[in-house]
Ligand binder design. Sequence first.
Ligand code: SLL
Length: 246
Amino acid sequence: MPAPAGTKRVRGVQIHRPFIYGTEATPFDPSNRPKDAPADHTHKWKVFVRGINNEDISYWLRKVQFKLHDTYANSVRMIETPPFEVEETGWGEFEIAIKFYFVPESTEKPQTIWHSLKLHPFGDDIEGKRERRERVDSICYEEVLFNEPVEQFYDILTGGGQGFKSKHAKSAKGIPRGLRTADIPERITKDNLFSREEESKELDRLGEAVKTVEKTVAEEKARLVHEEAKLAELEKTEGKPIHKKK
Ligand code: SLL
């Protein structure tokens, strides 16, 4: 029996799309507080989901729901159009649930990720950052994986099909063939910290860390062999230790 329209999957294909999400928070300047902010609020902050380098991701991401702490009025915020972000003020850090709703053609179920709102500086030079009232960024890179997407979604994802001949090609009208990809920029810029160069540096760092761990394990093994040999030697001369039962 043929699959109903819009549900036929492209077998053996996985398509991923990168995105970034996170929070940015800035402490109020005491001499210039936002007038409408409640007296106990100390920071303004923003939570967002966006494409790498601000690439448009609305062709696969239909809308985003941000679930804030219950202390916020209307704590569930549905953002129907880009930019997918919520700006707020507050006094405390908490975990934000970010729910992704994919475009209806995808037939994909929504997915949720969690992110901790960071208001206070972390990492190096915490005191300096606090004194300079620096913005606190907590930003992550992530990829969403569409496993065997339905044909019509595949067309949308790839901008008209790359090698895959589909009768649904019209669904991606106006987009040149193969324009939509998961490519990330070669180098970082002021506005985008995620690049292939950074990825390769991170891989180098991980490679170095693995080497260090392997070296430590080898040294510990050698030490163990040495200690066991010493013990065997002692047992030969002194006999085995007697463990008295109480
Ligand atoms: C904490 N577990 O104790 C956290 C809770 C709540 C944050 C943080 C403002 C809400 C309002 C706000 O910042 N809530 O509008 O009053 O740190």
